[in-house]
Design a protein around this ligand. Structure first.
Ligand code: NCD
Ligand code: ZN
Length: 345
């Protein structure tokens, strides 16, 4: 049995830091584990220009604890009126690493998102020409579509058209939750990839709905049936470079989660690596972990692999029921459970 695992330092290719006090409280959890992270732009107001992204990046860097080396990679929140020139300038200036497509009203702070993909075709054309990565929240928002079918429907209505009309565009299908999405990604060329969260490797929809409503297991896209969880485990541990780590850690205070209208989002940053590694261990796939966590994402984004390494060791790690944040508390993913791995160095 392998009890120690040394890998290149990993990166998180999809993450929410928020802003202000919450951001200052959560940045250290990510910086402890990851060298870089793709930072989501769904603030209020959203990060829609290179100037806003550069200022946000400075605020994040100021929150990185002394002695930690961490680089935030910024994204542009696409709207119906995104200026392709600002986006392209921001990318060539090294401010933007990617741009994010939120269908309007699909998830937290997405009201200013794209109302019709056709409206951003000039932006996508420019991104394809400049090699700027498109990150996609792949869910339709049509009220007639069942929430459990929204990802699969998005593939049929939008993903197929995007990859057909922009065959060279680099597309990340974010936080996939279905076998349909995993298969779609596998069938495309190497410019189409996907991130997978720890929660979607661990839970199916029962975890949200059985034994009472479990708000801390609720995120978007919602966890689906067990068959989908198993398909995601298979994809993540397969060694296929199209699949890589993206936690989608999405902090909401306990009061915002445990409410009559609880927010979508799981705060998994504190024990993200430990959580992923437990899933890989259960699959007997520890040897596939470095690719998923530390190699595939940087290769896709065309960025260098991190030079430093990190060592993980088998050990019992109790996860606290809650953590203090902004005069309140926040419930971490796996709260009250014991994980089987910890970071040794
Ligand atoms: C995210 C958030 O809270 O910002 N929530 C979530 O459930 N994942 C937004 C998102 O990525 O959909
Ligand atoms: Zn997200």
């Amino acid at each position: 049995m392998t009890d120690m695992l040394t890998i290149r330092r990993p990166d998180d290719w999809h993450l929410h830091f928020r802003d202000g006090e919450v951001m200052r409280g959560v940045v250290p959890y990510t910086a402890r584990q990851f060298a870089r992270a793709i930072v989501m732009p769904n603030l209020s107001p959203p990060v829609t220009t290179a100037e806003m992204a550069a200022a946000y990046r400075e605020r994040i860097l100021a929150a990185v604890p002394e002695g930690e080396r961490f680089t935030p990679l910024m994204t542009c929140y696409l709207t119906d009126t995104t200026d392709p020139d600002d986006l392209a300038r921001g990318a060539s200036a090294g401010v933007f690493t990617a741009a994010k497509l939120y269908p309007a009203n699909a998830t937290t702070n997405s009201a200013h998102g794209v109302s019709d993909v056709a409206k951003i075709y000039p932006v996508l054309e420019r991104m394809e020409a400049e090699g700027i990565v498109l990150c996609v929240h792949g869910e339709v928002t049509d009220h007639q579509i069942d929430v459990f079918d929204r990802e699969a429907e998005f593939i049929e209505r939008h993903m197929r058209a995007i990859v057909r009309d922009f065959p060279k565009l680099k597309v990340v299908f974010e936080h996939i939750t279905t076998a349909d999405a995993a298969i779609f990604v596998m069938e495309q060329g190497e410019n189409v990839a996907a991130t997978i969260t720890p929660q979607h490797l661990h839970i199916n929809r029962n975890a949200m709905l059985v034994g009472g409503i479990q708000p801390h297991n609720y995120c978007l896209p919602v966890a689906k049936r067990e068959t989908h969880r198993l398909a995601l485990r298979k994809a993540a541990t397969s060694g296929n470079p199209k699949f890589f780590l993206g936690t989608d850690s999405a902090p909401h205070l306990r009061s915002a989660k445990e409410s009559s209208c609880g927010c979508a989002g799981i705060f998994n940053a504190p024990y993200a690596l430990e959580s992923y590694l437990s899933a890989f261990d259960e699959e007997g796939a520890l040897d596939a972990f470095e690719g998923f966590a530390s190699l595939h994402g940087s290769a896709f984004y065309g960025l260098p692999v991190n030079k430093e390494t990190i060592t993980l060791e088998r050990a019992e790690v109790p996860v606290p029921e809650s953590l203090p944040l902004v005069d309140e508390e926040i419930v971490p993913w796996h709260a009250g459970q014991v994980l089987g791995w910890r970071i040794a160095s």
